[in-house]
Design a protein around this ligand. Structure first.
Ligand SMILES: Cc1cc2nc3c(=O)[nH]c(=O)nc-3n(C[C@H](O)[C@H](O)[C@H](O)COP(=O)(O)O)c2cc1C
Ligand code: SF4
Length: 481
């Protein structure tokens, strides 16, 4: 995982916790309309993949327990993890690409309603992603994956494919790299990764034709399962964010200028909106900044967010970074992971940081984006995440126009009751996230995500609610008032 060179250590501070009376009058605990929904408070648990679904993408009891535990803290809203809109194998990631997933998701909705006493609104994040392969061994790449071209023939002086491969295999790394195109080199050193600009591949060329329907059908299933809202995943390293990115140079009217890059995300939104009832909130998660060379800037994001608001989205949730372009080189046999490079650090900053520190790195960009929405004459709520871990910070974000809703991912994982504790005047009982990114390390390995602050408390091997390795509890201990 990337660490900024300065290596300045930051510790989370509790700040001053409010009394129950102060909390009752706080902005954070005041209601807000989210399109057709009313949030009872402006607290939001953003999407976090906990790796608890079956290999077929079905809801398990562990998935239900995980979200029910967050619901006990009674935040204004919880967003269920990135859930695949296609019916294709994707490991233990939740899926919603077929009607057979509806009953499991309906049980999840029911469990959250019950655990929050009906207070927490439940949204689901819908994701599409492109193919990424594991980094191959050098020999396997040259023997099996490389398509021999005239460039390789010229570099080796051989004409027969087998002789070209053998000559490339005999080259020192430096010469081999020079003989490959940049994309081939990337496939060798990081593993092959599809991009939205690969329009020579028919299934990539036709993304604008297929994605609106895929997202809309998934949204209809989410409504059938009882969700209150949809969050379209337009952030991080995935298909829709790649359409928005300034790195999208597609020449078919869906790339290049900002107006073209936002076209498919708007078409997807409109298809979803048309397919679901007006009772459902529909918004998106997007990047305030790509945080990679040549990627989209905050000015791009302000333009996109205003367009989304104008189109009628009920909220815009802001993340940052989390891209493949600067991800660390994976080991042979492993796939690149978008949260390992500098842009990944921007997404989930840890306690070893640069002078800016890990808390609130998205606030300035969020204020600019929110101001652009307001300048367009719209009141669309902005959800802002990034290092939030205490009441004072959350309240200041609302006061300073950096957010209408405060999202906290890792702090909510460290203590799912933190909203309730603060609201009841028990702020001093909040377990503060240390921003160690232990949880993110588990996520990266697709292991069941837990928090190091509580996952060893009272663990009994083989007891229900214990991780597959028998060493960690899967949900936070219960808080007794
Ligand atoms: C374990 C883990 C899984 C995550 N999964 C998702 C996800 O599925 N979708 C998403 O948009 N963000 C995901 N994120 C990013 C968080 O939603 C959030 O943007 C990020 O952690 C920064 O917020 P924080 O500082 O409050 O943790 C994940 C974060 C963690 C730690
Ligand atoms: S493991 Fe726990 S303390 Fe560490 S970053 Fe994750 S939530 Fe915070």
């Amino acid at each position: 995982m990337f660490k900024p060179a300065e290596r300045i250590v930051f510790r989370p501070e509790p700040g001053r916790w409010p009394s129950a009376e102060e909390a009752a009058g706080a902005r954070l605990f005041s209601p807000l309309s989210l399109g057709p929904l009313t949030l009872s408070q402006r607290t939001w648990v953003p999407a976090m993949v906990p790796w608890r679904a079956t290999p077929e993408g079905e809801v398990t009891q562990d998935v239900i327990d995980w979200y029910a535990r967050f619901a006990e803290g009674r935040p204004g809203a919880i967003v269920i993890e990135a859930t695949g809109i296609r019916d294709v194998p994707s490991g233990p990631l939740l899926r919603i690409g077929d009607d057979r997933f509806i009953p499991g998701l309906a049980r999840l909705v029911e469990a959250v309603r019950e655990a929050s006493g009906g207070e927490t609104r439940l949204l689901i994040q819908l994701i599409d992603f492109l193919s990424i392969k594991r980094r191959p061994a050098r020999g396997a790449f040259l023997e099996r994956f490389l398509i021999v071209t005239d460039r390789h023939r010229a570099a080796t002086g051989q004409s027969d494919d087998a002789a070209v491969r053998a000559a490339l295999a005999a080259m020192p790394d430096e010469d081999l790299h020079a003989a490959l195109t940049p994309r081939e080199r990337e496939s060798l050193t990081h593993g092959f990764r599809e991009r939205v600009i690969d329009t020579d591949r028919p299934h990539i060329a036709e993304l604008p034709q297929v994605l609106p329907t895929l997202f809309a059908d998934a949204a209809a299933r989410a409504e059938a399962a009882g969700f209150d809202g949809i969050e379209l995943h337009y952030a991080h390293a995935y298909t829709m964010a790649s359409f928005l990115s300034a790195l999208n140079t597609r020449g078919d009217g869906y790339g290049g200028a900002r107006e073209n890059r936002v076209r498919l995300p708007l078409e997807v939104y409109r298809a979803v909106r048309a397919q679901v009832s007006p009772n459902l909130a529909v918004g998106c998660r997007m990047l305030a900044e790509d945080c990679v060379a040549g990627g989209s800037t905050v000015a791009d994001a302000a333009f996109f967010a205003a367009e989304f608001a104008r189109a009628g989205m009920d909220f815009v949730s802001l993340s940052r970074g989390g891209k493949f372009e600067d991800a660390l080189q994976p080991k042979v046999g492993e796939a690149a992971y978008p949260y390992t490079g500098p842009s990944g650090y921007e997404c989930m900053p840890a306690y070893i940081s640069d002078a800016r520190g890990p808390f609130g790195r998205n606030l300035a960009a969020a204020a600019t984006i929110r101001a652009a929405i307001r300048a367009a004459g719209l009141e669309t709520p902005v959800v802002t995440a990034g290092g939030v871990h205490n009441f004072a910070m959350a309240e200041a974000m609302l006061e300073n126009g950096e957010a209408d809703i405060v999202a906290s991912a890792r702090q909510s994982l460290a203590d799912p009751d933190w909203f309730r504790k603060v609201r009841l005047g028990h702020g001093d009982a909040v377990r503060l996230c240390e921003f160690s990114n232990y949880c993110e390390g588990l996520d990266q390995k697709h292991k069941q995500v837990t928090c190091k602050l509580w996952d060893r408390i009272g663990v009994t091997r083989d007891a229900p609610g214990t991780s597959a390795d028998g060493k960690r509890r899967l949900t936070a201990p219960v808080w007794e008032v």
